[in-house]
Design a protein around this ligand. Structure first.
Ligand code: PMT
Length: 403
């Protein structure tokens, strides 16, 4: 049931001769688990480091190694492999393969296939740092960028040659995110999307606060999905242990008042605002400068109302701006959602049930009821990332409709 951007996509992985080829075996394994259809093309030097059998076993497909493996391979493999690929990833890319690609040399299956494909090409260089920084390699990389290939910069650190510097194969998490972006529709390009996430903390002394169970997972997933689809994303987050998704701008806040200031300061500049944060409705009226001794804590805490940020956004909504709220409910989901949609002047509201373990707070998955003026839709129970994409599909429809 859980779908993802990688499922069913055709990715060709071109492996050239570097010790880092063994890491790419793990990448192929991960992509295969994501249900990507992976075809591996290896140069003869790559096969000195890792056997084709390893890649065949991990991808579940035959590995292509030579132009002239008569009888065994498609005689037009150099054309057919890349013809209907969604993406070609060259990893690790040695200085030699980069130089050949930059000059249009096609003297083996991998280089010929790259010349013949019209799919997007991503290149992950991996080599000794002096080879990487050599003006010739840099000039070749620049040429490849100019023809529209994406170069994923190598990492810095200790290398197999026992030297340290820039040239280590990039880490898989970052590469995978680049693949996801390149496989995603870029239908939010040009949009400035503000997402709020996580809880707020309302302190009453330096050690104690009132908060809620929000982990930030839903909001961070929306930020990640919007960024993959080409939006410029500002994520305003309460305390959360999650890492900021790549290329998303993160603004961290603690309290509802801080979130209010940050959100209102950036609202006018946002074409889409999605408020997944669980903002505390109240805060302690008095905040002690020092930790209060337990004997001195009043049995009843006096609270004061926090501003309703979403209500304020609804009042000042700009023409063409799409405003999306969330509602965390345990009963009367539809009624509560409809009430908040109208009360806060929203375009859409996503209502989630917080009474179970598999939706709402802290869960890895979610199921939302999306309500707008034109009706109600119950979306499937799925991962938060997929749920975010489904919600963004609805936002996208709204953007298309708005003048
Ligand atoms: O972070 P996770 O663990 O992944 O959990 C996800 C979630 C359950 C927090 C999320 O999916 C969600 O439902 N977020 C909204 C929670 C909430 O505060 O709901 P509410 O019904 O109290 O508020 C309705 C809307 O008003 C929300 O968009 C909220 O951001 C906004 N609000 C509320 C109070 C306030 N003072 N200011 C606001 O802007």
């Amino acid at each position: 049931m859980v779908q993802n951007i990688f499922a069913g996509k055709k990715v060709v992985v071109g492996v050239s001769g570097s010790i880092a080829a063994f890491k790419v075996a793990g990448w192929v394994s991960d992509l295969t688990k994501e249900e990507t259809i992976v075809s591996v093309v290896m140069t003869s030097s790559a096969a000195e480091f890792v056997t084709p059998l390893t890649f065949a076993a991990l991808s579940g497909n035959d590995v292509h190694t030579g132009m002239f493996c008569h009888g065994k391979e498609d005689s037009m493999a150099h054309i057919s492999i890349g013809r209907d690929a969604d993406l070609v990833l060259i990893a690790p890319a040695t200085a030699n393969i980069i130089a050949k690609l930059a000059c249009g040399i096609a003297d083996d299956l991998l280089t010929t296939m790259v010349l013949a494909t019209r799919a997007k090409v991503l290149i992950c260089p991996a080599m000794n740092s002096r080879m990487y920084s050599h003006p010739t390699t840099q000039k070749n990389l620049k040429s490849l960028k100019e023809v529209g290939y994406t170069i994923i910069a190598p990492a810095c650190g200790k290398m197999a040659c026992r030297e340290e510097g820039e040239g280590r194969l990039a880490e898989w998490d970052g590469v995978k995110e680049q693949l996801a972006q390149n496989l995603s529709p870029q239908d939010l390009q040009g949009q400035r999307v503000m997402v709020t996430a996580g809880p707020t903390r309302e302190p009453f002394d330096p050690a104690r606060f009132i908060s809620n169970r929000s982990s930030g997972k839903m909001g961070y997933a929306i930020a990640q999905a919007a960024c993959r689809r080409g939006a410029q994303v500002l994520l305003i987050s309460g305390p959360s242990s999650l890492a900021c998704p790549p290329r998303v701008t993160l603004l961290k806040v603690q309290t509802a008042l801080e979130m209010n200031d940050a959100v209102l300061a950036h609202a006018a500049n946002s074409s889409v605002i999605i408020k997944a944060a669980a903002v505390a409705d109240y805060r302690p009226e008095a905040v002690s400068e020092h930790k209060v001794k337990k004997e001195k804590i009043a049995k009843e805490l006096i609270l004061t109302r926090n501003p309703d940020i979403l209500l304020a956004l609804g009042k000042r909504k700009k023409k063409g701006q799409v405003l999306v709220g969330f509602a965390a409910e345990s009963t009367n989901l539809l009624e509560e959602g409809r009430r908040k949609l109208l009360e806060k002047n929203l375009d859409l509201i996503a209502v989630n049930d917080i009474s179970g373990d598999t939706t709402g707070f802290e869960a890895e998955s979610n199921q939302i009821l999306v309500i707008s003026a034109s009706g109600v839709e119950t979306l499937p129970h799925t991962s938060k990332l997929h749920c975010a994409d489904l919600l963004l599909d609805r936002v996208q429809q709204f953007l298309n409709k708005k003048p």
